[in-house]
Design a protein around this ligand. Structure first.
Ligand code: PLP
Length: 398
């Protein structure tokens, strides 16, 4: 039986058209884009086209796109690259408390190096308050990094307003838009951001490739050195096949932006309506409106999220949970915690994330599985007698 895959914020299925675009570069077109001969030129042209496609999806100039090994590297590159370039007189970095670990841990490292890191709180829906940002900025601020859309709850931040506040104090603004691409329009000029992170595998592209939009003129110090690839901003021989895949995925996402998000939102809303009519004690975590329409973070009263994830997994349904039980201590999601959810409610939260591949029949079946699992766990309590499985190792959101 095919699994019902509802974990698309973690990763998405490779689009067959993306695979087809990549294949020649994994087989016969293996030239190094830096080589002068025909195979090299063909690879160089393919990377150029992909750069234009990625740039086109966010309204950027192709020269401002830096390919990386994924969203994590692009976040690291933006944070280390911009903060370190600001010099010793600018040691403050402002971010939010609900960022992806790729940003939070980069900020933590800067803190250990002597930077002053401010993590802004969020409201109960997961939104940064613009006034909090304005109050955190000082003359010595090197960078602001606030994510576009959260991976756990889907809340979208008022990026344009936040960037305006940062720029009023001459501070560069970076946003992690990994979860936003393909789900909501992104235009780097309208948003007026200086740096923006993307990842291919969240938009039906390959894993292990991403991009940083880095606006010309933004102070930046490369974190790795070597050959001059990517304008010296991220040297290393290009991962041509994956870059081609990312370009194709970005171009498909762009052309589908007028239809896919609406269809997915209708599916998600229909699912939530029917689920609420079938199962009681459900709360939606995150913003009811300004949110990614594909993502439902739901708390099931009295139901341990890990037990529910395992129970659904046994029924062939793939979702994620927001709490991780490692070595006997229960870790609550830092996002739900920052939103002020009680540990009890956070412990019962699962994330269901749809994509353009999701079909109503799968969601309908998931409701039946959820009804059975929730009833059993509520009746029996604890882990409902579910045998331990290898899948129990990790329930951290990605
Ligand atoms: N930022 C956000 C918001 C994400 O959801 C993810 C992926 O989980 C990343 C960054 C990291 O991207 P990648 O998996 O490409 O390193």
């Amino acid at each position: 039986m095919e699994p019902i895959y509802l974990d698309n914020n973690a990763t998405t299925r490779l689009d067959p058209a993306v695979l087809a675009a990549m294949e020649p570069y994994l087989r016969d077109r293996y030239g190094n884009p830096s080589s002068v001969h025909a195979l090299g030129r063909a690879a160089r042209a393919a990377v150029r086209t992909a750069r234009e496609e990625v740039a086109g999806a966010i309204g950027a100039a192709p020269e401002d796109i830096v390919f990386t090994s994924g969203g994590t590297e692009a976040d690291n590159l933006a944070i280390f690259g911009i903060a370190r370039a600001a010099g010793p007189a600018r040691r403050r970095v402002v971010t939010s408390s609900i960022e992806h670990p790729a940003v939070l841990e980069a900020a933590e490292r800067l803190e250990r190096e002597g930077h002053d890191v401010i993590r802004l709180p969020v409201d109960g829906q997961g939104r940064v308050r613009p006034d909090d940002l304005a109050n955190a900025l000082r003359g010595d601020t090197a960078l602001v990094s606030i994510m576009f859309a959260n991976n756990e709850v889907g809340t979208i931040q008022p990026i344009r307003e936040l960037a305006r506040i940062a720029h009023a104090r001459d501070v560069p603004f970076h946003t992690d838009a990994v979860q936003a691409l393909g789900k909501t329009p992104i235009d780097v000029d309208t948003l007026d951001v200086d740096a923006l992170t993307l990842s291919a595998h969240k938009i039906h592209g390959p894993v292990g490739v991403g991009a940083l939009f880095l606006r010309r003129g933004t102070p930046f110090e490369p974190t790795i050195v070597g050959g001059g690839q990517e304008g010296g901003r991220r040297p290393g021989s290009e991962n041509v096949a994956s870059i081609v895949g990312m370009g194709t995925a970005a171009s498909l996402a762009r052309s589908r932006l007028a239809s896919d998000p609406h269809r997915v939102r209708d599916l998600a809303e229909r699912f939530l309506r029917k689920l609420r009519a079938t199962v009681d004690g459900i709360e939606l975590n995150g913003a009811p409106r300004d949110r990614l329409s594909n993502c439902l973070n739901l708390s099931f009263e009295g139901v341990d999220a890990e037990a529910l994830v395992v129970s659904l997994d046994l029924a062939g349904v793939c979702v994620s949970a927001g709490s991780a039980c490692s070595s006997g201590t229960l870790e609550i999601s830092h996002v739900l915690g920052a939103m002020g959810l009680s540990p009890e409610r956070a412990r019962t939260a699962i994330r269901i994330s749809l994509s353009r591949d999701t079909k109503w029949v799968e969601l309908d079946q998931t409701i039946s599985h959820l009804e059975r699992s929730v009833t059993r766990i509520r009746t029996i309590g604890g882990d409902a007698g579910i045998p331990s499985s290898p899948a129990k190792i990790s329930y951290r959101f990605r």
